[in-house]
Design a protein around this ligand. Sequence first.
Ligand SMILES: [Zn+2]
Ligand SMILES: [Zn+2]
Length: 574
Amino acid sequence: MKKLEAADSFDQIADLLELKGENPFRIRAYRRAAMNLRNLTEDLESLAAAGSLEKIPGIGKDLSAKIIEIISTGRLSFLERLKKEIPESLTALMAVPGIGPKTAKLVYDRFKVKSIEHLEALVKGGKLQGLPGFKEKKEENILRGIRLLKEGQERMTLGTATALGREILGALKDSPEIRRISVAGSLRRGKETVRDIDLLITSRNPKKVMDRFVQLKIAGQIQAHGETKSSIRTRQGVQVDLRVVEPEAFGAALVYFTGSKAHNIRIRSLANRLGLTVNEYGVFREKSGRRVAGREEEEVYRAIGLPWIAPELREDGGEIEAAQKNRLPRLAEMKDLKGDFHIHSDWSDGQHPIEEVARAVRARGYRYMLLSDHSQSLRIAGGLTEKELLEEMGEVRRLNKRLKPFHILMGAEVDILPDGRMDYPDRLLAKLDLVIAAVHSAFKQPREQMTRRIVKALSNRYVSILAHPTGRLLGEREPYDLDLEEVCRVASRTGTALEINCYTQRLDLNDLQARQAKGLGARLALSTDTHALDQLNDIELGLAMARRAWVTPEDLLNTMGLNELLNWVKRKRG
Ligand SMILES: [Zn+2]
Ligand SMILES: [Zn+2]
């Protein structure tokens, strides 16, 4: 978490320096340092303790001192000084996605904008028209940015919530006073964004657990400190609630606090029909008040005549009906996955040599991975020329001899050019084991054009997977305008898989879209889009999307053995 804090601080410094019109080289140095910190695979605090921060590319003496200040004090005085020099409302403007320093300064100087709400009113009132460079499109973008910002302030990504939840569980789980502990709420249901974190425990000494909880390092502010419930707010502003429940009520409380509300309403009404009451304390007979279940979730569901329902399905999206008919899906699990389909190496914009990343993938128990560096047009991401791609192919052949029986599939993440052509010629694509196609440019094409562009790519017999099909970045970029239903149909018809990109800000397809794709007969591929090793863990975020989409092992490409997979690719190639 510290590395993200440091990266954010450096990005903010770069923004503020840009506002002040400072030396572009200095600004770029901060931006580069921020990027390298984000991609860092080692633990920042350990590096600092070992005095080796300067080993990180772009971090010299000055920046390493700043990192140490952040680690030891949680603050950065240089950033605080800069902020004081610049009006607060001007910095606030730059937090809007799509508003850079130039626009912020222009709008601020002209209207003395006091707040985001003020800006919103100005845009809606058409007041920004006529400013240099302001077209209708730009106004739309600002409004969209404001909406994204407001959503982002209320909710964090599943990736952030998962990491935070794990950190708290890790800090608490060795407490001898704690018997059972579980996360609940939307984090347990695996929603793509999460508002706050709910934890449930049983304990013989609740007071001691609560004392320990409110003293956690991450606690910025204590909001409540009681015997059965305490709440803290982390320094990043996330609320975390911890509840102690009786052991005989743990299952009932888990159902209750996992939700969703809609699911729980259905549970309660089913219970009522059986003369039972369900609440956070258990399942009770209405007449006698006698408890009939509560210790385990399974018991609670059984008491109302249902099998246990996986948390990811608890949205009143048909799971109750399926449970009643005993037709709940056998959801995909981590142990079903045999490979990862979207991995970058330092041949393009990944952080590691192929061998290093391949060994890390193998160590996770996978049997294969698809190496998918960028294609020639994507120069900013180190896209490979035809010659380089052929060299990489040779390297993969050599490595495969060494890594047997693990297998690196030779592939590429090939750009879909604005007109729908692929960024490599077919004769080159034919040499690859498996080709991923992706949109990385001209995001603003109108719906029809974008749909036609992607459909054309799917119709290429060498394209086996469409990566991040909608292009959205949570809190940063809306999906491009696209007829997703048409894309799913064509994917299904042509035998092309659609990716569930597991990167924390993408989750693309998301749960609803993946369910739609499955419904239309498309196959799905879980891929981490790994650029740095710790991103391999993001597979669990994508798996949560898949499970929320009712995805079974048969729906996924990742569950195929190597030969089965290669045969599947061949079927489309004809
Ligand atoms: Zn991509
Ligand atoms: Zn990629």
